[in-house]
Design a protein around this ligand. Structure first.
Ligand SMILES: [Zn+2]
Length: 389
């Protein structure tokens, strides 16, 4: 983990040169005023939230995002008093949450030049809630900047879209992800490329796979469970096991993130990692802990989501083999398990599994019980009877 200590704030972001250039232009002309509303759109894993955080830091930083100063460090540690972030763990963002943000957005900044409000899942607003936000965007407060993140512009009301400047992110290629792992984390070339493919080009996930033996073991376990599904009872059993893997994964990830953020905050205050926290700074650390606790409630969902990603890579390999597409396999080491499915299913079966994964993601987001979502997905992976016997 760890952000660059010597270079710019946008270095962690990968494969987004156009987006970064657009933002750097805005930051360079700070003196003439910065547009008050931004909409960052791109698929999961493209780095929307990281870009929002980095942009916010760069706006507050006297050197336009050095990555080093107190403003940057506080922003990166999610502890900057003038940067508010709303990341909901619920299906929809409530109208009260947005009202309270609007209220806070009208207060003047304390340590930074701007008051910045980031809404991470701004696609999760009902029309009524959106209208509360719209009102704030229509009457912009001086030095208040709104950053909305969503999968695509279509996820927001046209009235909001028209007021925000759109920054479009794309999913980086496997080679780009691998290059980052090699350059920034010193990961060996083969492992970097393999991890990038296995993570389906999701940077954070790729880095974990490349850097953590445990994360790799959990991925292997996930795929072992998935390939064990031949009949209904196996499907039910696998669903339960997969939930266990997701739990362990979520716990491990939460711990890693919490520690990294705390270290950021220590650095921001010029403390050594193992130093005692002086009493006057304790409230800041308490705030961080509370934010972390809130965030960790959604970590299990993220863990299950990673299982979906692993499953996708597996079934894409099966389809690729069935179509004799000669594409490079993500899970070559599981060739026997893949072949069992090549013969035990049709291409249509496997396309249906991929659709079922998309559906499962939606159900999980709409608060269907975790185990139920996994069970119904696993039953879609059962082999055809004539082969399974
Ligand atoms: Zn800075």
């Amino acid at each position: 983990m760890g952000y660059a200590l010597t270079s710019g704030i946008f270095d962690e972001l990968l494969g987004q040169p156009e987006a970064i250039e657009q933002l750097q232009r805005a930051i360079a002309s700070k003196a003439e005023g910065v547009h008050h509303a931004w909409l960052f759109t791109g698929p999961a894993g493209s780095g929307r939230s990281l870009l929002a955080k980095s942009f916010a830091a760069a706006l507050q930083c006297e050197q336009n995002g050095c990555g080093n100063c107190q403003q940057c460090s506080l922003a990166l540690a999610d502890a900057h008093p003038d940067i508010l972030t709303l990341a909901t763990e619920r299906v929809t963002i409530s109208i009260d949450e947005v009202r309270s943000l609007v209220q806070k957005s009208q207060m003047s900044s304390t340590v930074g030049d701007y008051r910045i409000v980031i809404i991470e899942d701004s696609d999760r607003m009902t029309e009524r809630t959106s209208n509360v936000l719209l009102k704030a965007l229509e009457e912009p407060q001086e030095k208040t900047i709104w950053i909305l993140c969503a999968p695509s512009v279509a996820d927001l009301l046209p009235t909001i879209r028209s007021r925000a400047r759109n920054v479009l992110l794309r999913l980086p290629s496997a080679t780009e992800v691998a290059e980052l792992l090699i350059k920034r984390d010193g990961i060996d070339k083969d492992l970097a490329l393999k991890s990038a493919r296995q993570a389906q080009n999701h940077v954070g996930m790729a880095r974990r796979l490349a850097g953590s033996q445990d994360a790799r073991a959990r991925r292997a376990e996930t795929l072992r469970e998935i390939s064990s599904i031949t009949n209904l009872s196996r499907a039910m059993l696998a669903a339960e096991k997969l939930l266990g893997v997701a739990k362990r994964d979520a716990e491990a990830l939460a711990k890693e993130r919490d520690t990294a953020e705390k270290e950021h905050l220590m650095r921001a205050f010029g403390l050594a990692v193992d130093e005692r926290i002086p009493p006057n700074l304790r409230p800041q650390f308490k705030d961080l802990e509370e934010n972390q606790k809130r965030r960790n409630t959604r970590a299990l969902r993220d863990g299950i989501d990673r299982i979906f990603t692993d499953a996708e890579s597996f079934f894409r390999d099966v389809i690729s083999l069935q179509l004799q597409a000669n594409a490079e396999l993500t899970n070559e080491d599981l060739i026997d398990e893949l072949n069992l499915r090549v013969h035990g299913t049709t291409v249509d079966d496997n396309i249906a599994v991929l659709d079922a994964i998309t559906e499962a993601r939606k159900r999980l987001a709409s608060n269907v019980r975790d185990l139920l979502v996994l069970e119904s997905l696993c039953t879609r992976m059962i082999l055809r009877q004539d082969v399974a016997a």
